[in-house]
Design a protein around this ligand. Structure first.
Ligand code: CMP
Length: 144
C-alpha cells in the first residue's frame, strides 16, 4: 500500500446541483482526506490546457464549453492508493455504464456531464495537482 495524492474536480453540473457535500462525504467515508480545495471558474485557456490530451477528440470543444460554464470545485485527496480509490468511487466515464453506488452512476447526467474528474495515474496526479495548487496550498494531514 502506498500513500498517494490525486486531483479531483467536481464539475459545473455537480456544483450547480449542490452535490459538493455529498461527494466529499463519499471521499471521507472511503478514507480519502481533503488536503487542499478551491472553487474557481476555469478560463477557456485553462480548460483547453487541462484537457489538451483530448484536443483531437470530437467532443473537445463541447467539453471545454461545459467545463467553463460555471464554477468547479477542485480538491487534492490523500490516502492509501488514492488514485485508484478515487477512480473506484467515481465509476466509469459514462454514468450509464458506471457500477451502482458510484458517484457518476448516482449523480452523473451524461458521458460529458459526468459530475467528477479524477487523475488516472499517480504521474498524472502530480501534474494535475501542480496545475491548480502550489506546494504551500497542500496540507499534510496523514502521519508518515
Ligand atoms: P473526465 O474524466 O474529466 O476526462 C475527459 C472528459 O471528457 C470526461 O471526463 C468527460 O467529461 C468527457 N468525455 C469523455 N468521453 C466523451 C464522449 N464520448 N463524449 C462526450 N464527452 C466525453
Amino acid at each position: 500500500m502506498s500513500l498517494e495524492r490525486t486531483l479531483s474536480i467536481i464539475k459545473p453540473d455537480g456544483v450547480a446541483r449542490d452535490r459538493i457535500g455529498s461527494v466529499y462525504d463519499r471521499f471521507e467515508r472511503a478514507g480519502l482526506r481533503i488536503v487542499a480545495a478551491r472553487m474557481l471558474e476555469l478560463s477557456r485557456a485553462q480548460a483547453e490546457s487541462f484537457y489538451a490530451v483530448h484536443q483531437k477528440r470530437p467532443f473537445f470543444q463541447s467539453l471545454v464549453a461545459y467545463m467553463t460554464s460555471g464554477p468547479v470545485m477542485v480538491q487534492v485527496l490523500e490516502g492509501e492508493e488514492a488514485v485508484q480509490k478515487n477512480r473506484d468511487l467515481m465509476g466509469a466515464t459514462d454514468p450509464a455504464k458506471a457500477a451502482p453506488g458510484t458517484l457518476r452512476r448516482d449523480w452523473g447526467e451524461s458521458i460529458e456531464r459526468n459530475l467528477v474528474h479524477g487523475s488516472d495515474s499517480p504521474a498524472n496526479a502530480l501534474c494535475e495537482i501542480a496545475f491548480f495548487f502550489g506546494e504551500i496550498d497542500v496540507f499534510s494531514r496523514t502521519p508518515r
